[in-house]
Design a protein around this ligand. Structure first.
Ligand SMILES: [Zn+2]
Length: 135
């Protein structure tokens, strides 16, 4: 048994559109950018986790972004390493939080990394699209 990184999820408590994306705690489909559909995560690359975390509202990087203005989100994909992503960019670091954006169109934040725990990078399910992949 792997005890270090185990997540348990009660699927019955998840909204249907979220539960559809999760199988054995992994992402069934590709995770892509809402705007340009650039692939952020391949199927099964990430682990589903529920945690309450604040993300600023989505904007283009070039827009003047107010980082304090955002919302609490609670459904995330988590990966252990930058290199688990197909594409990802960084917006900026605020305190210990580094915000993730789409590498292609620079929309974000789609997720974050807390620099106090570099082994976890989070992508919000509410900030990305999921593309069905035929197996
Ligand atoms: Zn994009």
């Amino acid at each position: 048994m792997e005890a270090a990184q185990s997540y348990s999820v009660d699927r019955s408590t998840l909204p249907k559109e979220v539960a559809e994306q999760v199988k054995d705690c992994k992402n069934v489909n590709s995770v892509v950018c809402e705007r340009c559909q650039s692939v952020v995560l391949k199927p099964l690359a990430a682990t589903f986790v529920q945690k309450k975390a604040f993300l600023p509202h989505m904007k283009k990087k070039s827009d003047d972004q107010t980082i304090e203005d955002g919302e609490m989100l609670q459904n995330y994909w988590v990966v252990a390493d930058m290199f688990d992503f197909e594409n990802v960019g960084f917006l900026k670091t605020v305190g210990t939080i580094k915000y993730l954006i789409c590498a292609d169109c620079e929309v974000g934040p789609i997720g974050y990394q807390n620099l106090e725990d570099k082994t976890a990078l989070y992508v919000s399910l509410d900030r990305v699209k999921h593309l069905y992949v035929s197996q």
